[in-house]
Write a protein that binds this ligand. Structure first.
Ligand code: ZN
Length: 198
């Protein structure tokens, strides 16, 4: 596809984060260019609206339009079990699988020394803070079974030692290199059921 200064700028903006990356950003651009004008205006307005209304949940840091997300606000959830995930879409995938009845903690990524992402760039301190507040029996680490996800799980396991909580990890059955978002609900529900000690 040909490009212009503005399309180059848009692709660069879309591709700036580690995801979606340049290829996906170009596909998105192609989609945007094919849109009728009104649809493009609707999309632009929606982006602004999302920007204005969305914030991090005060409990688990997932994206929400309220102070607390529906999970944190639900009095029926088990506050003694915290499931740690990388991103809000992982939380959504686990919720769909309905295997977890506790709360969540969204890290905001994984440790990645190559990209300069250390513990301070993730919400590790906030996780430790939640556990020190008391009432948590178990932390289920549900980072993706990728190299970085495993390294992050091991790191968290070390940080959580001595805090008096059981630390578990999703069972295998989650394919190595796979991402939670793309797993079917049965596999995910099983992986939660068969979680193991970290
Ligand atoms: Zn929440």
């Amino acid at each position: 596809m040909g490009s212009s200064r503005t399309t180059d700028r848009l692709v660069a903006e879309l591709a700036r984060r580690p995801t979606p990356g340049r290829r996906a950003a170009q596909t998105m651009l192609a989609g945007i260019l094919r849109m009728p004008q009104e649809e493009a205006v609707r999309l632009a307005r929606l982006i602004l609206e999302v920007k204005k209304k969305t914030r991090a949940c005060a409990g688990c840091f997932t994206l929400t339009e309220e102070e607390l997300c529906p999970v944190c606000a639900d009095p029926g959830r088990d506050r003694g079990v915290i499931c740690v995930v990388e991103e809000p879409h992982d939380l959504a995938a686990l919720e769909k699988a309905r295997g977890h009845r506790g709360l969540y903690h969204v890290l905001g990524g994984v440790l990645s020394p190559l990209e300069g992402i250390g513990p301070d760039e993730l919400r590790v301190r906030e996780l430790l803070g939640r556990i020190r507040e008391g009432g948590v029996r178990e932390v289920l680490v549900a980072t993706n079974p990728t190299l970085e996800g495993e390294a992050t799980a091991l790191y968290l396991g070390k940080q959580l030692k001595g805090l008096g909580v059981a630390v578990t990890r999703l069972a295998r059955g989650v394919p190595v290199g796979g991402e939670l978002e793309y797993l079917d609900e049965m596999t995910l529900a099983k992986a939660i059921e068969n979680r193991r000690e970290l």
